[in-house]
Design a protein around this ligand. Structure first.
Ligand SMILES: Cc1cc2nc3c(=O)[nH]c(=O)nc-3n(C[C@H](O)[C@H](O)[C@H](O)COP(=O)(O)OP(=O)(O)OC[C@H]3O[C@@H](n4cnc5c(N)ncnc54)[C@H](O)[C@@H]3O)c2cc1C
Ligand SMILES: NC(=O)C1=CN([C@@H]2O[C@H](COP(=O)(O)OP(=O)(O)OC[C@H]3O[C@@H](n4cnc5c(N)ncnc54)[C@H](OP(=O)(O)O)[C@@H]3O)[C@@H](O)[C@H]2O)C=CC1
Ligand SMILES: O=C(O)C(=O)Cc1c[nH]c2ccccc12
Length: 411
């Protein structure tokens, strides 16, 4: 082992301050891994700090068993290394995780686990990144904590009165525990639809709350993925025309969803995704269960009671469990201080495609509202940008083989 590595191994436990020569990346999800891989291709070492004890913790710990990618695999690949050829068009969650494991090992990415970043600020030319036990310093900070870092738990009156089980979709694995139960699913995004479908398949009785409008599109049109068709058309046609086309075909294939209680927003599906981040539902079977009455569509919830729920329209129903499919939010404002690059919701203020770079060595990857395709685009740009700066740095800062230098005190 070279002396720098030895120093690194022994030092982490005792030291208070760690000087990182390359960038610090916060988060070891697909975005953190993608940017670390692209940096290593540029010859730039980096250090990933991950709060959990594994890579891709959203996928490994917070998703249900039946999950599959609902965009075809070519739109979900990380840069520099694609999916194995034998993967199906829509890989399963297990396949996606194994792809990311092999991606990390191929690029020799070894995040430092159990390092939840508590506060970070830019101070005298240096990013100071604090975890419970250590303070890391670097001239570059790459935020890769994701758009889906924390569950959204809405304020609904009466949670404490409810005798049954309340959980968020991030804790839902399968419907097997809910057999014969009356279950209320709050929310009708992709999670709400797919959890309701999974509940049906396990003989539960799902009721899904739709308080607002929602776009439902078939996952495929004419044997091709709807997303792929949209991307291809967008090369030639304006966004609004593409949205019109998608809606025309969706209505032909699915019928009028409004009759089922699923009113469409005025803004088209891709425009709405780009502007607000609200993802259209890509239907993988829930709609036919709604048509057959197995998934019941309900109004907004007024309050939770001891044995069930009162709805906005005055109806009252009994439920044994409530599943909150109410989405996720960024957690950046909780740990990144003194920086006005992000909105109060933890998204970059500068819209795509320019939200990847801030000031003073700050970067963001995976905050584009464009899924893994956006991640790949950010990662390549960031690595190029830092790679160019790295090439101009000479001297001591690059001479050690290790990417971190352990210090007892700040220098
Ligand atoms: C159920 C579900 C299915 C999805 N399916 C698709 C799909 O098919 N296609 C697609 O393109 N997108 C999909 N998405 C969107 C999803 O956001 C991306 O697939 C992808 O996970 C984003 O990667 P990320 O690395 O940006 O964020 P994440 O995967 O959320 O990773 C962020 C990492 O940062 C860590 N972290 C957070 N806060 C801290 C902190 N303070 N300190 C240290 N570490 C921290 C987390 O533990 C996590 O490991 C899906 C999302 C969900 C919820
Ligand atoms: N197979 C796949 O690839 C899957 C992908 N995903 C992705 O994961 C991301 C997160 O999806 P998801 O978890 O569905 O979150 P979303 O943010 O997409 O949806 C949240 C839903 O909850 C509703 N909601 C929020 N608060 C309340 C409330 N107080 N009362 C009633 N309804 C409420 C929202 O309604 P409103 O619009 O009124 O706010 C919306 O319908 C998305 O990008 C999605 O595409 C998720 C599952 C599967
Ligand atoms: O599945 C998701 O959450 C995604 O964010 C993927 C995605 C990015 N852009 C879209 C447009 C329509 C449907 C899904 C997506």
């Amino acid at each position: 082992m070279d002396s720098c590595k030895e120093q690194e191994q022994q030092g982490f436990n005792q030291a208070k301050f760690v000087k990182v020569l390359g960038p610090i990346i916060v988060g070891a999800g697909p975005s953190g891994l993608a940017v670390a891989a692209c940096l290593s291709q540029q010859g730039v070492p980096s250090l990933i700090l991950e709060k959990n004890d594994c890579i891709a913790s959203l996928w490994q710990q917070k998703t249900y068993d039946r999950l599959k990618l609902h965009l075809p695999k070519q739109f979900c690949e990380l840069p520099l290394r694609g999916f194995p050829d034998d993967f199906p068009k829509y890989p399963t969650k297990g396949q996606f995780i194994s792809y990311m494991e092999s991606y990390a090992s191929h690029f020799r990415i070894q995040p430092k686990f159990n390092q939840a970043v508590k506060t970070t600020e830019f101070d005298h030319g240096v990013w100071r990144v604090q975890t419970e036990d250590l303070e890391y310093h670097s001239r570059w900070l790459i935020v890769a904590t994701g758009e889906n870092a924390e569950p959204v738990i809405p304020d609904i009156v009466g949670y404490d009165k409810f005798k049954g089980n309340i959980l968020h979709t991030s804790e839902y694995k399968s419907g097997s525990k809910f057999k014969n139960q009356r279950v209320l699913v709050v929310g009708c995004g992709n999670s709400g639809m797919e959890v309701s479908l999974d509940l049906c398949r396990h003989n539960a009785i799902p009721h899904m709350v739709v308080r607002n409008t929602v776009h439902v599109l078939p996952r495929e049109m004419f044997g091709m993925s709807t997303f792929g068709i949209a991307m291809a058309l967008l090369k030639w046609l304006p966004l609004r025309l593409v949205d019109k086309f998608l809606l025309l075909v969706a209505n032909l294939i699915l019928g009028n969803t409004e009759q089922l209680g699923l009113k469409r927003p005025k803004t088209g599906p891709i425009e709405l995704k780009n502007v607000t981040g609200k993802t259209p539902v890509l239907d993988v079977g829930a709609l036919s269960q709604i048509k057959s009455g197995k998934i019941k569509v309900m109004e907004g919830v007024k309050e939770v009671t001891k044995n069930g729920v009162k709805f906005m329209n005055g109806q009252e129903k009994k439920f044994e469990s409530i599943i909150l499919a109410t989405g996720y939010k960024s957690n950046v404002p909780t740990w990144l201080k003194g920086c006005d690059f992000f909105t109060k919701d933890g998204m970059p203020k500068t819209p795509f495609p320019n939200g990847w770079k801030g000031e003073n060595g700050l970067y963001t990857v995976g905050f584009t509202r464009r899924g893994l395709l956006g991640t790949a685009s950010d990662a390549v740009k960031i690595a190029q940008d830092i790679g160019d700066q790295w090439k101009t740095i000479k001297g001591n800062d690059k001479s050690c083989n290790s990417h971190v230098i352990i210090l007892g005190k700040p220098w």
